[in-house]
Design a protein around this ligand. Sequence first.
Ligand SMILES: C[S@@+](CC[C@H](N)C(=O)[O-])C[C@H]1O[C@@H](n2cnc3c(N)ncnc32)[C@H](O)[C@@H]1O
Length: 341
Amino acid sequence: MIPELSFVSPWTRQPLTKAADGSALLGGPDERYPLIDGIPQLLIRSGQVQASSESQAYYRDRASEYDRGNEVMFAMLLADEEQTRRDMFAQLELRPDSRLLEIGCGTCRDTIHLLDMPIDVFAGDLSLEMLLTGQHRLRRAGKDTSRLHLFCADVMHLPFTDGFFDAAYHFGGFNLFPDHRQALAEITRVVRPNGRVVVGDEGIAPWLANSEFARILENSNHLFRHRAPLDCIPVAARQVTCRWVLGGSFYLISFVKGQGEPPLDLDVTFPGRRGGSHRTRYFGKLEGVSPALRDQVLGAAAAEGISVVAWLERTLGRAVQNAPCDGADDQLVANSFRPKG
Ligand SMILES: C[S@@+](CC[C@H](N)C(=O)[O-])C[C@H]1O[C@@H](n2cnc3c(N)ncnc32)[C@H](O)[C@@H]1O
């Protein structure tokens, strides 16, 4: 596969083609994405403003000092960086030949270990400076990069078709993404159904929120004040787990991409006085009645030993001069109950 041709326009999602002189990838009108040191810049169309420009400027200015700061962080948390990173991306459950998105790869401190696996890695970042530092690290380490595709892009507009990846990974920049829900939705979009997403960043575990450990970390770095963004996980997520790593200072969310909301059997009938099912209770809701009539209905249903829903289905069905609704008689039997004693 020619790597450049895996990318699509982040705006129209149409395939890109390589310019005849090899200097850029081309999309529709106004879409020319330069290749710098072989890294496609899949960020903005002509005249467009970069949505995540603050982050971009922040990391552009800090690319050279990022690695030192990172080492200090693992050291102060008494953690072996390589082992911690390998443990985190073990949650991706990658198999040989998996295709992985690593977004916000920075200076490739995870990428360098991911390359030890027989997989295809698309490692992207908003900051070209961070990527170039990472590329240098990989070259210096003599890593085989034949299955690595570096690219510059914004997590909010990923240059891939839906379901392109078997898994997606991000560590370390999530708290500063401009819209957490949208960022997780976009990462999930490019993962295939049943593929896995793993995302982590600073965020003290809830049980440590009031500890001195938390106060010390938050005092030096306000990013530790963030909390695991559990409410931003897409409804299609399944098998969700959230662990806290590095002594409880970073959250690590993992989930499998499902489809839509979790399934429910709406027609399982509930035992007991109220009776009915989710379908009748939720989709069959009617107006209320006077409290006195309500009590009479409850009494009438109890006297017959059937559920309130069964009584209403039958009585209202008759009142509208139809045969009882389909299945109402069956439901009458299914919903029968006798109060104890
Ligand atoms: C703290 S660094 C983490 C880098 C790397 N994952 C690591 O663990 O060392 C966060 C990275 O996220 C990148 N980033 C920030 N906002 C981004 C965005 N909107 N899209 C893609 N990457 C972004 C930054 O450029 C930076 O390289």
